[in-house]
Design a binder for this molecule. Structure first.
Ligand code: UT7
Length: 345
């Protein structure tokens, strides 16, 4: 069970920090993904625990998820996604100034996944490190990349979200085991024309909600100890309400800072946590589902990988065109949240 605190998560209990992008603009020049071949369906889970395809489909929108084989590492998956993104962006690894990996499931506390990716790509010398903000890690990492390009400390940055969450799941806990999946997504950022690329940001955290989604025996500080409980635990319904609120508030903030109306969003790419969360927020924002990227049915919740995986699918299917306003928005353990509005270059 999740740690009990008296704190009840309410997104309106915190002021949001948002800002307009400043300095040299940056944009996404290419995206790539990797998902393990092995698929675990809801019907497979029915045979493993007291659950049903009907419950999972109706409560989450998930039909299947990809699960890494034993021995598949986070850095390998991250590297595969990175190679695809570099190819799409027509960028050589040698041109990378920085590699950032958002992950909550690294192969070990150190070295960073980013350094392993750098080694695989044979791109020594670039700055490489991991960002840990749970499911918000990818958006946090994007914001760091944008800041470095804005201040001309970097020209070309690789940002990856990669997770092997199946290693952190207790397959006797139906409350969490049915939700998460494994995968990786990546984006290459480069300087953009004035008026294009990232326009505004909204990032924040509320540590009072630390107990809402946890992993490991955090009260004992026993993440790596022998008696540690390495599993994900969460107060699902509470996080659900928080998520809907924070999605709406973030969308409103980044649009206001970019000077556009909510109905000018051409595509919203939300963190794929639960179809009902996305649907409820989209209704309240006033966005029809044709303007929302959803692929949770295929992947489940892949944490920091979910936004780049959904974005890549949208790009591949021709749902994103030059000049479109694209909203990327996430939330996760911490509690953390992050959103950005960009004008597709
Ligand atoms: O990205 C990480 C952040 N986390 C999230 O975004 C999670 C947000 N929360 C959610 O997505 C939803 O709260 C869940 C999908 C986790 C749960 O859905 P819910 O509609 O909030 O269900 P619940 O937890 O209120 O449980 C309702 C019932 C319970 O049974 P009783 O007490 O009503 O008899 C649960 O025991 O459903 C039961 N249940 C299940 N039944 C079948 C919980 N999990 C399952 C399951 N299969 N897998």
């Amino acid at each position: 069970m999740a740690i009990s605190t008296n704190y009840r998560t309410r997104s309106d209990a915190v002021p949001l920090r948002s800002f307009k992008a400043k300095g040299r603009p940056s944009a996404i020049a290419g995206v790539g993904v990797y998902a393990p071949e092995r698929v675990l369906t809801n019907f497979d889970l029915e045979k493993m625990m007291d659950t049903s395809d009907k419950w999972i489909t109706e409560r989450t929108g998930i039909h299947r998820r990809h699960i890494a084989d034993e021995g598949t590492t986070t850095f390998e998956m991250a590297t595969r996604a990175a190679r695809a993104a570099l190819e799409a962006a027509e960028v050589s690894p040698k041109d990378l100034d920085m590699i950032l990996v958002g992950t909550s499931s690294p192969d070990g506390p150190f070295p960073s996944v980013a350094c392993r990716v750098q080694n695989e790509l044979d791109a020594p010398g670039s700055v490489a490190w991991d960002t840990l903000a749970a499911c918000t890690s990818f958006v946090y990492a994007l914001s760091i990349a944008d800041s470095f390009i804005a201040t001309e400390r970097a020209d070309t940055v690789l940002v990856i979200g990669a997770e092997v969450l199946s290693r952190l799941l207790d397959f006797t806990d139906r409350g969490t085991a049915v939700i998460f999946g494994d995968g990786a997504g990546a984006a290459v950022l480069k300087p953009a024309q004035e008026g294009a690329g990232f326009l505004s940001w909204c990032l924040g955290s509320d540590g009072r909600g630390f107990a809402q989604v946890t992993c490991g025996n955090i009260e004992k500080g026993a993440y790596a100890a022998k008696d540690a409980n390495p599993y994900i635990d969460m107060v699902g319904p509470d996080v659900f309400k928080f998520a809907v609120d924070i999605f709406i508030r973030q969308a409103t903030e980044v649009c206001a800072k970019a000077g556009i109306a909510l109905d000018e969003i051409d595509l919203w790419v939300p963190h794929q946590a639960n179809f009902r969360i996305i649907d409820a927020a989209a209704r309240r924002i006033g966005l029809p589902m044709e303007r929302v990227a959803v692929n949770i049915d295929e992947y489940g919740n892949t944490s920091s990988a979910s936004i780049p995986i959904a974005l890549e699918e949208a790009v591949r299917k021709g749902r994103v065109n030059s000049g479109d306003h694209v909203l990327l928005a996430g939330f996760g353990s911490g509690l953390t949240w992050g959103a950005t509005l960009l004008k597709w270059a």
